[in-house]
Design a protein. Structure first.
Length: 306
């Protein structure tokens, strides 16, 4: 029985060989009855990442490589790798050695016991306070749409061949990896872990990329923002109606203020701010509709070494 691995790579020179060696060691020591393959997807790296992958492939045919024409993002790299795997189960793992590879036997055990998706979720991370705060806030909002979603999120996951086929059949842009997996409804088990500190290289997962993935998850898998707009609009209308009654009352008893400048400005700024927020959210939805209609691929492959 074969276990496949998908490893998205972007400027990970120096950690790729270590990732390979650790995966190999796990199978040598704990999973001797299983075979494996590792699909590295180079997401347009401008360092020696691809050369490092190809040097491993020369020594071990179980190593496969996909190279993009440019950087299309981690999600695109994961999608490309997941479509090339041939194992009975596939594990998505990072190339920065922050996901404990020692957990693989535990994931396989859960899978053999009947779980179709095994999620390793983060209960802590060796990151800055700002990163931790953003993570808690983002996943707190996403949990309103997906109660199953762990508070720390996940991307270290084992997927059985059946749900993986269903996942790969979804052909849309701006996808949510976590949302699509949980939405599918397959039997899922969860394993907590502490995300390790990165020791090789520097993270390329900056705030802009985090924000993009958060918006994709929020807007792709939930109608909550639209409902939120409707609720705010309704509440604003009620407040406006009540405020109108106070103005009529003041006018009837000749208690209107002399200038009236302050309340007018407050109402204009408050309502104007709400309108801008609402237009921004609607614009995000419209952009995604337009992006979907263009039918551009999520990635372009320069070469395959399969």
């Amino acid at each position: 029985m074969k276990i496949s691995f998908v490893v998205a790579v972007y400027r990970n020179e120096g950690s790729i060989r270590s990732t390979y060696e650790k995966i190999k060691s796990v199978f040598t020591r704990f999973l001797k009855k299983y075979s494996y393959e590792i699909v590295f997807v180079d997401d347009g790296s401008d360092d020696g990442s691809l050369q490092e992958i190809l040097s491993l492939r020369k020594k071990d045919p179980r190593v496969k490589a996909i190279s993009f024409t440019r950087n299309f993002g981690q999600m695109a790299a994961m999608l490309a790798g997941l479509k090339e795997t041939t194992g009975s189960a596939t594990i998505n793992i990072s190339a920065d050695l922050q996901d404990p590879i020692e957990m693989i036997p535990q994931m396989v055990k859960k899978w053999r016991e009947g779980s179709e998706i095994v999620v390793c979720y983060r209960i802590g991370r060796a990151d800055s306070f700002v990163s931790k705060f953003f993570s808690r806030f983002a996943y707190g909002l996403l949990k309103l749409s997906f109660p199953q979603l762990p508070s720390g999120g996940f991307d270290y996951v084992l997927i059985d061949k059946k749900p993986l086929g269903q996942y790969n059949s979804i052909n849309v842009r701006n996808r949510s990896f976590q949302g699509d997996l949980l939405w599918s409804g397959y039997r899922t088990s969860f394993i907590p872990y502490f995300r390790l500190k990165r020791t090789i290289g520097q993270s390329q997962y900056n705030f802009a990329k985090k924000l993009k993935n958060f918006l994709d998850a929020l807007l792709d898998a939930s109608y909550m923002p639209i409902r939120f707009i409707s609720l705010i609009g309704f509440m604003t209308s009620i407040i406006g109606a009540l405020y109108s009654l106070t103005i009529v009352y003041a006018w009837a008893f000749r208690k209107t203020p002399f200038t009236g400048w302050a309340p007018i400005m407050i109402v204009i700024l408050f309502v104007g701010g709400l309108i801008m927020i609402m237009l921004g959210i609607i614009g995000e939805y419209i952009w995604r509709i337009y992006d979907e209609l263009r039918k551009k691929p999520n990635y372009i492959i320069r070469s395959k070494h399969i």
